[in-house]
Write a protein that binds this ligand. Structure first.
Ligand code: TNX
Length: 544
């Protein structure tokens, strides 16, 4: 018995060593990784060499490596030998997709070859994860040796759309938090920030032609209770530039026709009744919709889009489209007139008409509309992206009608859900069943069974951080969560580590995905979060 135990221990240890040397703890796990027996150690004379066009990536790497190491990492363009260098190049022969890269670590060089700037950036993110976790600290770590094990990596993502939705409308996140969140995403090679800028409880985007959207629509409550905020156009430019440098596409969501009380409270003519509302502090879904019968609604939206598109270069615009209840349209003479003229039977068809008009409106800017799965209804002819939050049936409806799909499923990827049903577990959403890390990892964007012929239409997946019920989140000290209400840091705890699971299922080939292995790899990531100052939910087994 004793002998057997010893053998087991030896085998386990050996397996552990083999596993860690074979693939380190990189998340998302690269497509191919082979150790090569060499090693590279960063020191005070290590330089970063870059091919023309990669200066920004070189600077970002320098900024990431310098604080913890205390080394300067001089930058230089490509020259002769480049010993003791991290060398960044474009690799035009790279056959894989534009986010692909090769990374080779030998005794005297780290060589990075990216298909594009994005590929090079992702190679640097991989390199950061191959270094000791303390590299994520912004303070000098004097005793640390900065050794990277030799390896040859070839990597590229499975899906082009790997996103996170941040609900800044219900809870206003500071610009600083948004920038930090982009760092958190970039660390895991996530490339879409879906920015939920509009909802009943807040309008967060400065639109110069309609100043009340932010002077009125961005605020709720009075006196000490007053809360809210918005991003100026300058803030947005800064966020977009920061994201772009990190290969993150920022897609604005301008909700319509529902979830728009903030706009209606600012400009009452936008709704059917013209009634004056106030923005509510308590979150609930307003019955008010933009009036589909009045042309002034479309004029307003055209103006809003013009200013929005001047700020966001993304080829996508998210138009929301979820949870519209039609009682206002049913009672509105303008809407009923429109319905009659168009010979429509149901109010649902009026929403299709609304969406199709918006689609035409944004076409001249070269934009494709994205919307929650409710937008995919018969009659929406031009191609759109259905963001699937319900189920496989909705995904099938979208792809079989020729549209694209991105999974953002409330059963797998709504990280406002609690992670467990332990009493006191932090949660922002009360209506969703717990989504454990393992459950988040079990997502397959092909939904385990969509016909392979639809694969080109499945762009990828997103996670969501809704904030409407967030204020009700309670906190367990044992879960090492902050004991203060409404802190932005709570969102780190909801996002991490589930965001890492989402990233791997979007990036790594399915046949290489493996839950027990991921569960091992994620452990060193908790150290990285500690060094970086990111909050995260300590997994329950670790508490025992
Ligand atoms: C449903 S999911 C919503 C959001 C809420 C969320 C809360 C979807 C498209 N709409 O308005 O914030 O539930 O978890």
């Amino acid at each position: 018995m004793m002998k057997l135990n010893k053998w087991l221990l030896l085998v386990t240890l050996l397996f552990g060593v083999l596993r860690s040397t074979a693939q380190s703890d990189i998340i998302p796990l690269p497509k191919n990784i082979k150790t090569n027996g060499s090693s590279f150690t960063l020191n005070a004379t290590t330089k970063i060499y870059y091919e023309k066009g990669l200066k920004q990536q070189a600077e970002l790497l320098q900024a990431a490596l310098a604080p913890a190491t205390g080394f300067g990492f001089k930058l230089a363009e490509l020259t002769g030998a480049m010993q003791n260098g991290i060398v960044m190049r474009f690799d035009k022969s790279f056959a894989a997709n534009k986010e692909g890269y090769r990374l080779s670590v030998s005794n005297n060089q780290v060589s990075i070859n990216g298909a594009t700037q994005a590929g090079v950036f992702y190679a640097t993110q991989t390199l950061l994860q191959m270094l000791p976790p303390a590299i994520f600290d912004t303070h000098l770590q004097k005793q640390q040796v900065w050794k990277v094990k030799g390896a040859d990596i070839e990597d590229a993502p499975q899906y082009v759309w790997r996103g996170m939705m941040l609900d800044v409308a219900r809870y206003f996140f500071s610009k600083e938090y948004v920038l930090k969140f982009i760092d958190m995403m970039a660390m895991y090679k996530l490339n879409v920030l879906h920015f939920h800028l509009v909802d009943d409880s807040g309008w967060r985007l400065e639109i110069k032609k309609y100043p009340k959207l932010t002077s009125v629509g961005a605020w709720s409550g009075v006196g000490a209770e007053r809360q809210g905020g918005y991003y100026t156009q300058e803030d947005i430019k800064e966020i977009v530039a920061y994201a772009t440098a990190r290969n993150v596409d920022v897609i604005p969501e301008i909700e319509l026709p529902a979830h728009v009380l903030s706009a209606v409270a600012s400009y009452p003519y936008l709704c059917c009744t013209g009634e004056q509302y106030i923005v509510q502090t308590q979150h609930s879904i307003s019955r008010e919709l933009y009036c589909v019968g009045k042309e002034s609604t479309f004029d307003f939206l055209a103006d809003v889009f013009a200013e929005t598109f001047a700020l966001f270069p993304s080829k996508y615009i998210h138009i929301g489209g979820d949870e519209a209840k039609y009682d206002r349209w049913k009672a509105c003479p303008h809407c009923q007139k429109r319905k009659k003229e168009l010979n429509l039977k149901e109010e649902k068809e009026l929403q299709v008409y609304f969406n199709a008009r918006v689609q035409q409106m944004v076409k001249k800017y070269g934009k494709t509309i994205v919307g929650w799965d409710e937008i995919i209804e018969d009659g929406l002819k031009d191609k759109a992206v259905g963001m699937i939050w319900h189920n496989k049936e909705k995904a099938l409806k979208a792809v079989s009608a020729g549209h694209y799909s991105v999974m953002n499923l409330s059963d797998y990827s709504y990280f406002d859900a609690p992670e467990s049903d332990i009493p006191g577990e932090l949660k922002a959403a009360t209506w969703i069943k717990p989504i454990s890390l393992e459950k988040a990892y079990s997502l397959n964007p092909m939904l385990n069974g969509l016909d392979e012929k639809y694969r080109p239409q499945i762009l990828g997946a997103e996670g969501s951080l809704w904030s409407d019920q967030f204020i009700h989140g309670t906190v367990l000290q044992e879960l090492r969560l902050l004991n203060e209400n409404r802190s932005e840091k709570y969102f780190d705890y909801l996002a991490f580590p589930r965001m890492a699971a989402l990233a791997e299922v979007c990036w790594t080939p399915v046949k290489k995905q493996n839950w027990p292995d991921f569960e091992q790899r994620i452990r060193t990531h908790y150290q990285r979060y500690d060094y970086a100052g990111y909050g995260y939910r300590v997994p329950v087994p670790k508490l025992a």
